[in-house]
Design a protein around this ligand. Sequence first.
Ligand code: HEC
Ligand code: HEC
Ligand code: HEC
Ligand code: HEC
Ligand code: HEC
Length: 167
Amino acid sequence: MRPPLLFAAVALWAQQAMPPPKRFEPKPPPEQPLAFHHKTHAGAGVKCLDCHAIKPPGDRAGFPAEAVCMGCHASIKKDSPEIAKLAAFAKEKKPVPWVRVYKLPKTVYFSHEVHVKQAKADCAECHGPVAERTAVGLEKSIHMPACMSCHDRFQAPNKCDLCHDTH
Ligand code: HEC
Ligand code: HEC
Ligand code: HEC
Ligand code: HEC
Ligand code: HEC
């Protein structure tokens, strides 16, 4: 059974007015530490999940280890200045400080595992046709109304505490 305190917290949260829907503004790709292009790599036959392995904690899609990149780039284009930057990070065992594009506030719960593996949602539903892009910008909304309207479409639940930690 849930402790009464938790009931109170949920009740309090539920009383909070639904915020006015945020208008979605697409954002151009940010400046990245090196010029990685998805389009080139889709052509090289690497799959999304080869580089973005979904794993706990947090079920993030995450970013590939530099060793994954160097698996090819120890030989491919090793004289390119962009690959030199990559090799320098790999040599110092420093992760490339990629600038994040899609980011939720910390208070919202989201799992790639559930959406990709259970609900079988395509990456493109939430991120657009990344394989056709050179640089990635924010082109799909991850605001609350976008989450909720897809949940309606798939008859998934939409209770406030599904996505919001209420305690
Ligand atoms: C499966 C092999 C493979 C992996 C893994 C791989 N790449 Fe590549 N990469 C390629 C190929 C093939 C090209 C195109 C080379 C060409 O233009 O001849 C390329 C091109 C590039 C270029 C452009 C280089 C230039 O100057 O033209 C950059 C930068 C790059 N990759 C970065 C990365 C990064 C960062 C990672 C890891 C996140 C990565 N690559 C992982 C195969 C790979
Ligand atoms: C060779 C490795 C590689 C492959 C394959 C790859 N990605 Fe990426 N992805 C990266 C790297 C490196 C970044 C960070 C640089 C950037 O934003 O372009 C990134 C960034 C992203 C982002 C932006 C993340 C953020 O900051 O919010 C999304 C979304 C994404 N990838 C989706 C995909 C999808 C969908 C596919 C398959 C179509 C894919 N990626 C294939 C390496 C890869
Ligand atoms: C239902 C929508 C949805 C789908 C489907 C989805 N993503 Fe995401 N993605 C998000 C959200 C929301 C975030 C921001 C997460 C956060 O900040 O906590 C995100 C963030 C990311 C990031 C940034 C790093 C991270 O894990 O936070 C990458 C990379 C990414 N997604 C790649 C992918 C790839 C590859 C696929 C397909 C295999 C995919 N996504 C499918 C919604 C989705
Ligand atoms: C492409 C449609 C789609 C989008 C967009 C989407 N969802 Fe979902 N979501 C689903 C479906 C379908 C389920 C039910 C999955 C199941 O139970 O098999 C689900 C389930 C969930 C769950 C419950 C699963 C769990 O881990 O307990 C949470 C939480 C959730 N979504 C959060 C979000 C958030 C936050 C966003 C927006 C950033 C979002 N979703 C966007 C389709 C979507
Ligand atoms: C399917 C996931 C989901 C459900 C269900 C959900 N929210 Fe949200 N909510 C979000 C996301 C994502 C954000 C992050 C802000 C944004 O980008 O829209 C958010 C933000 C908020 C905020 C912060 C205000 C703001 O504009 O950032 C409040 C307040 C809020 N939600 C209230 C609620 C209430 C009340 C309910 C129940 C009626 C609810 N939410 C149900 C996903 C959800």
